[in-house]
Design a protein around this ligand. Structure first.
Ligand SMILES: NC(=O)c1ccc[n+]([C@@H]2O[C@H](COP(=O)([O-])OP(=O)(O)OC[C@H]3O[C@@H](n4cnc5c(N)ncnc54)[C@H](OP(=O)(O)O)[C@@H]3O)[C@@H](O)[C@H]2O)c1
Length: 347
């Protein structure tokens, strides 16, 4: 990962920083607290924030209990870093206020990702883009399915430029938040008890099903999730790569999987790709067909790397490969990437 010393100083060196976690009661916010503690991020004071719905409730961080505060009533003066994961509308409304008060915002929502003045960062891929944050103090965290894919694409693209990517995703329900996790658990129980399942969060029943729709449909027939993968990949990779995507929700709690087909603008093969991926930062290669060993969400869940396997030549097209890419969507796809960006701000 690049050192931010090349990109100018963001926050002056101190023993600890005042860190606000906005959306602290959510699926991502909860894992952010875990990762801040695990990575010993120097937090001198934690400010847990959510909506008025959960203001007053208690959360735990590093063995201490904190009372959740209402974002709407909160004055951001004195915060060093705010980690936002409370939806796009909340970020649009509050992130500029936090930035104007002098704090750096790392935002998990899609609100700022495609803003040309906002850096969209995966630290293993484009750390240099953080320079843009000197101007506006807001940094966007990419979409979860984009993050794990670009971590795998980057070392290959550095060796031989990528021309086209065709990805199909198999996305866990946790990508849609804590209510979605509850819905899969509840529907599974209902179906096993021969009851009619309640369908609230997803457009159709998710238990014992797959849904080829994530987010809303756009005019061209793609979904918004697919469009995010296309646009964000090109922004992060800073390359004119043709990308197409089919995003599918599957009844898995944690861990997104992706079948990625890549065409290169030059000679590439599975052997070289395996070597490049094995040496790359943030990637673990598990690719042993002889012992039926490949990455799966059950094993990736709760871990930090992007897991890559099933690396093979695509015989239907020259200089093309297949990869199978799996990562914990709430960790590398959200909270971990956010904390890694926060670490860049204090390096
Ligand atoms: N889950 C993932 O894998 C993932 C990956 C990448 C990005 N993201 C993004 O991260 C964000 C949060 O996702 P999540 O999965 O954690 O969702 P979630 O489990 O539904 O949690 C949402 C959080 O946002 C808070 N919130 C909602 N409206 C708010 C408001 N008006 N003011 C203050 N806080 C508000 C909620 O607080 P209350 O308890 O008060 O309701 C809760 O803490 C979304 O923008 C999502 O797109 C998620």
């Amino acid at each position: 990962m690049g050192s931010t010393s090349d990109y100018g100083e963001f926050l002056a060196k101190k023993e600890g920083y005042v860190v606000a976690v906005v959306g602290v009661t959510g699926a991502v916010g909860q894992i952010m607290l875990e990762i801040l503690a695990e990575r010993k991020f120097p937090v001198s004071k934690l400010i847990p924030l959510a909506s008025s719905r959960s203001a007053g409730s208690k959360i735990e961080f590093m063995g201490r209990e904190y009372v959740v505060q209402d974002l709407e009533q909160f004055d951001p003066a004195g915060i060093d870093i705010a980690l936002f994961s409370a939806g796009g509308d909340t970020s649009k409304q509050y992130a500029p206020r936090f930035a104007e008060a002098g704090c750096y915002v790392v935002d998990n929502s899609s609100a700022w990702r495609m803003d040309e003045n906002v850096a969209l960062i995966v630290p293993e891929v484009n750390p240099h883009a953080i320079k843009m944050a000197h101007a506006n103090r807001i940094i966007a965290n990419p979409n979860c399915s984009t993050i794990q894919m670009v971590v795998a694409l980057k070392p290959l693209h550095d060796a031989v430029p990528i021309k086209r990517v065709n990805v199909s995703t198999y996305q866990a329900v946790s990508g849609a938040g804590s209510e979605a996790i509850d819905e899969l658990a509840q529907q599974t129980g209902q179906l096993l008890n021969a009851e009619q399942p309640n369908v609230d969060v997803f457009p159709a029943r998710i238990a014992f099903n797959v849904i080829p729709q994530i987010d809303v449909f756009l005019e061209d027939g793609y979904t918004k999730e697919e469009r995010k993968m296309i646009d964000e990949t090109r922004k992060i990779m800073e390359a004119d790569i043709a990308v197409t995507a089919t995003a599918v929700r599957v009844p898995v709690f944690y861990g997104h999987s992706e079948a990625v087909n890549i065409t290169f603008d030059g000679e590439m093969n599975a052997t070289l790709a395996r070597e490049l991926l094995a040496e790359a930062e943030g990637i673990c290669v598990v690719d042993d067909p002889a012992s039926e060993d490949y990455p799966m969400p059950t094993e990736a869940a709760g871990t930090d790397p992007v897991w890559v396997g099933r690396i093979c030549d695509d015989h239907s097209c020259p200089n093309s490969l297949h990869l199978w890419v799996v990562a914990d969507n709430v960790r590398k796809g959200a909270a971990l990437n956010t904390v890694q960006i926060a670490e860049m701000l204090i390096q």
